[in-house]
Design a protein around this ligand. Structure first.
Ligand code: G6P
Length: 611
């Protein structure tokens, strides 16, 4: 939700900040802006509605020159996406600010600042912070003091970066909620919402903790905690390189990320299944061997696609490990009273590790009597990882497309690893566990073969372009697979799509079925197959057209109203992972045919750091 990049250098920072914005665009893309302090110590600003490319075209026509600057790409919360609401916001020509998050007490602050004579030029919550800082500068504070006094009054979530004409030798930034990373260069220092934004200029980073303020100067940085004490922070060298986010031969990041799944899954398995096919509990951290034998129940909490991974894991957890498992979306979990069973593990799933609702749920879980918090996450340096006692990383690599693909399938692989470890402690039949571990190891190869279905799925997708609605059906663990398929289709092709457990069809959605309502079903070759087939017949009998992804061996023939694509058999319990892949490709190709913005669909953002 909004991306921030800022810095101070011996050179013009315009292009560094602009490249940073391109790399942060996944966080929001309804408008973008940049402000620098020029040689005369005046603030120069450009803002444009739309994507970063609009801003870069404006800068090509009218470049900025300045050695300290701040920049922002926006996902609107307060005020529509317009130039006057775009960041940076300026107060009294002397302070410029960019903000990620929501300032909850902006209304009373706005009233007070209006009384003090400040003029508001936007509908944003951010502008109050700009004026407040200007107010403290007027009272004689330096920029660092002014920012610290301002943030002491702010309620809500914020990451801020500020420049001021009064104090041109520094950029001051702070965080409370949304992430902020500090990048160390030689004679230049930067902050950004994530490391990707700064990789072209440095690989040396440190992460700000909540409540901290950083004072960036050319010759060094200082970090202060909430009480104003200077804190020492270790500098880490990132293994990532700037090239890691190239699209390569692919047309879209989403397409690249779908095709990277065999590799991403192999990476997530690498070194975790031993030769005797056992999984070492310590991959979850040093506390694993103390905590995991005690687990008697699991509460999973996540958002969006990660929530769907949790729903699939529930079927596996109860069936394989015999451990009761609850799954809830984080935005609901955090505001509800719970009855927590004794010895329950609190398990969060998140690609980014920065989703505000998931982080708030972790915070809320501390009030309950959970055994421990385990995070399954794709970003090692994220807040979620730092706030969890146990961690299992997915090694999906950076995921840029807003619609999550490889992060989801690697989460499922990591979840199966957790379930297998828990099962090892619960005396589950060793042969069964060995078979499951074997299935895990076969998954990358099976996904390779499933990806070969791409041309056939593309032809199928052509038939969806004119459709306004679609129904997805599945049973058991394939019901959340259907949910994920429906989510992918609506996110990127804007076709209204709903998923139902196939057995529920007759309780309502069947009323919607006619020749204009495509029904997509996932048909594994399992003991529910005959039940599913009956559900599909109910659709055909009402003139509905079926599009079925059927495991090899499922006797379903192409014919009028029935379009079947065969998916390789052999994935066993992991078939939900495999079955997800054709649904991703179906959504992808439908969106391409429709000409939507596949990687940055309208109104969405990849990292949701506000409630
Ligand atoms: C946003 C993204 C989704 C993602 C969800 C949860 O809505 O667009 O793709 O599934 O956030 O994100 P997380 O990083 O916590 O998995």
């Amino acid at each position: 939700m909004c991306g921030i990049v800022a810095g101070i250098a011996e050179r013009n920072v315009q292009d560094i900040l602009l490249e940073g914005l391109r790399r942060l665009e996944y966080r929001g893309y309804d408008s973008a802006g940049i402000a620098v302090l020029d040689d005369a110590c005046e603030i120069q600003r450009r803002r444009r509605v739309g994507k970063v490319v609009e801003l870069s075209q404006a800068l090509a026509r009218e470049p900025l020159a300045g050695k300290a600057g701040i920049a922002h790409t926006r996902w609107a919360t307060h005020g529509s996406p317009s130039e006057h609401n775009a960041h940076p916001h300026i107060s009294t020509d002397r302070v410029a600010i960019v903000h990620n998050g929501i300032i909850e007490n902006h209304a009373p602050m706005r009233e007070e600042l209006t009384r003090l004579g400040y003029e508001f030029l936007s509908e944003t919550d951010t502008e109050v912070a700009a004026h407040r800082i200007a107010h403290y500068l007027d009272q004689g504070a330096d920029l660092l003091q002014a920012v610290r006094r301002c943030v002491a009054e702010l309620e809500g979530a914020y990451a801020l970066a500020v420049i001021a004409c009064d104090d041109p030798s520094r950029v001051v930034a702070c965080r409370n909620g949304p992430p902020l990373v500090v990048g160390f260069g030689i004679g230049e220092h930067f902050v950004a919402s994530d490391v990707q934004a700064l990789l072209p200029v440095t690989q040396r980073f440190t992460f700000l903790e909540n409540g901290e303020v950083v004072d960036l100067r050319r010759d060094g940085i200082d970090i202060y905690d909430r009480e104003g004490r200077r804190v020492e922070r270790e500098v880490r060298v990132s293994g990532l390189t700037a090239g890691a986010i190239d699209r390569g031969q692919y047309r879209h990041f989403m397409q690249k990320e779908i095709f990277e799944q065999p590799y991403a899954i192999s990476e997530t398995l690498e070194g975790r299944v031993r030769e005797d096919r056992s999984i070492v509990p310590s991959i979850l951290g040093v506390l694993a061997e103390t905590v995991l034998p005690q687990v008697r129940a699991v509460q999973i909490v996540a958002c969006g696609t990660s929530y769907h991974a949790g729903l699939i894991a529930r079927y596996w957890m109860e069936e394989i490990a015999g451990i009761p498992c609850l799954v809830e979306v984080a935005s609901e979990y955090r505001y509800r009273k719970h009855v927590v069973m004794a010895d329950t593990l609190f398990l969060t799933l998140s690609q980014s590790g920065e989703t505000a609702d998931t982080l708030a749920a972790v915070e809320a879980s501390r009030e309950e009597r959970y055994l421990a918090r385990l995070a399954v996450c794709n970003v090692p340096e994220s807040s979620l990882v730092r706030e969890s006692e146990l961690v299992l990383l997915t090694h999906a690599g950076p995921e840029i497309g807003v619609a999550s693909t490889k992060a989801f399938t690697t989460q499922l692989v990591a979840l199966m690893q957790v379930i297998l470890i828990l099962s090892q402690y619960r005396g589950v039949d060793e042969q069964r566990l060995r078979d499951l571990r074997g299935q895990l190891l076969q998954l990358p190869g099976l996904i390779e073969r499933t990806l070969e279905l791409d041309p056939a799925i593309m032809r199928m997708a052509e038939r969806f372009v004119e459709r306004g609605h679609a129904l997805f059906l599945g049973r058991g663990a394939f019901y959340p697979v259907a949910m994920e398929g429906a989510l992918k289709l609506k996110e990127i092709s804007y076709i209204h799509a709903e998923a139902y457990p196939a057995g529920e069809l007759k309780h309502g959605p069947l009323a919607l079925v006619d020749a204009d309502m495509p029904v997509i079903a996932v048909a594994p070759n399992n003991d529910m197959l005959e039940k599913l087939k009956s559900n599909l017949e109910e659709v055909r009998a009402r003139g509905g057209e079926l599009f079925v992804f059927a495991e090899t061996g499922v006797a379903l023939q192409n014919g009028p109203g029935m379009n079947v694509i065969e998916v390789p058999a052999g994935a066993g319990m992991l078939a939900p992972v495999l079955m997800t892949v054709p649904l991703q490709l179906l959504a992808y190709h439908t969106a391409v045919f429709k000409g939507t913005d596949v990687d940055q669909p309208r109104n969405l953002a990849k990292s949701v750091t506000v409630e």
